[in-house]
Design a protein around this ligand. Structure first.
Ligand code: KPL
Length: 352
């Protein structure tokens, strides 16, 4: 029998077992097992998935369907954030935060006592509220921006509870559907005054970003390290701001934005957004903002956007994380955002 090289102390904590958290956890664990089988060694970390909800045991099975292959299943360690206090697991070598943006402050309060200032923490949130908030509290901060498409199967929605079938083999099963392949950018957060956007090649966070890009590539994701993650985050925010509030407000699929009366609203939203980004010096995409937003609407025509799904499920939305930074930047530059302000107000009051 062969001895497998499998460093015991290389643990990645993924906090937030939503669609992206499950996608990342399942893909990394599958790649790690494959590497161990083929080469008897793997530089990929073990994964501990952390969530709020207690599961049947200290492990779960993730069942993932992918665009190319049948469902595969991987078992991985699971713990609740609440139990970190009582039985702290092995210290992590890195942390990926995959909760919604508004979940970050609560999670951070419970997490901070268990990690050192050197632990690299990567924010995977939409919008631009969690990242600057965390940058004030933790220096070794990375951010990721991804266009991977992942959904929770209906029967295992965000509030899934263990069911009789799923515990037949003693572990609770969590599903995730990898709906479409995309691209991921990863980079060190540059706090104001950190430099001129060309990064600090020797910084801890930069090194961590290179390592984590390797992990993601080994797990099958197209990933690029970037010295300017802020611009990437603004671009994703712009797309989300043009699409999500409108589809959530009118409860329509993305593709319906091409029809009347919505198409002129999209154009107005994009005009308001691009004026804010121009004033902030954020470079526009090559073909312009209108073309980029139209292209995303076309590519995701059949989707119910994440904000619409939150509204329909009665969950808090990411409206603050997405429209909040635009509204604050607009106020700083004296710009009016009539449509986006109106959508912000409507979506900030509880939806029925
Ligand atoms: O990212 C998205 C989301 O749903 O949050 C878009 C691009 C709008 C696709 O639905």
């Amino acid at each position: 029998m062969h001895t497998m090289t499998d460093p015991e102390d290389n643990w990645l904590w993924i906090i937030g077992p939503g669609a992206i958290g499950r996608l990342l956890a399942a893909s990394l664990m599958e790649a790690r097992q494959r590497e161990l089988c083929e080469h008897e060694t793997s530089a990929l970390p073990r994964v501990l998935l952390l969530g709020r909800q207690a599961m049947a045991g200290q492990a779960v099975v993730l069942d993932m369907t992918t665009p190319e292959s049948p469902t595969f299943s991987v078992k991985l360690n699971y713990s609740t954030i609440d139990t970190l206090q009582d039985s702290p697991p092995r210290k992590p070598s890195a942390i990926w935060l995959t909760t919604k943006a508004h979940g970050v402050p609560g999670v951070w309060q419970q997490l901070a006592p268990h990690i050192t200032p050197e632990t690299p923490v990567t924010c995977w949130q939409n919008g631009l509220s969690a990242q600057p908030w965390l940058a004030e509290r933790h220096a070794n901060l990375l951010c990721a921006s991804t266009t991977e498409g992942a959904w929770l199967p209906a029967e295992t929605g965000a509030n899934a509870t263990p069911d009789a079938d799923s515990t037949a083999d003693e572990f609770q099963h969590l599903g995730v559907q990898h709906a479409g392949r995309g691209h991921t950018w990863l980079g060190a957060w540059q706090s104001d005054g950190d430099g001129d956007g060309d990064g600090e090649p020797d910084s801890q966070s930069h090194q961590a970003a290179l390592v984590q890009c390797d992990w993601l590539r080994a797990a099958g994701f197209a990933c690029e390290q970037t010295p300017d993650i802020q611009t990437r985050l603004w671009h994703k925010l712009a797309i989300n701001a043009a699409i999500n509030p409108l589809v959530a407000r009118y409860r329509i699929r993305n593709g319906q934005l091409r029809d009347r009366p919505f198409a002129p609203m999209v154009r107005q939203a994009v005009e308001e957004i691009s004026a804010v980004l121009d004033s902030e010096g954020i470079p526009a995409p090559r073909g312009g903002w209108q073309a980029l937003v139209e292209q995303v609407i076309r590519a995701t025509a059949n989707n119910r956007a994440s904000m619409l799904q939150d509204v329909l499920a009665g969950r808090p939305t990411e409206v603050e994380a997405i429209l909040g930074p635009l509204r604050r930047t607009a106020a700083r530059h004296g710009l009016a955002l009539p449509l986006l302000d109106d959508l912000y107000c409507q979506l900030s009051t509880p939806q029925r």
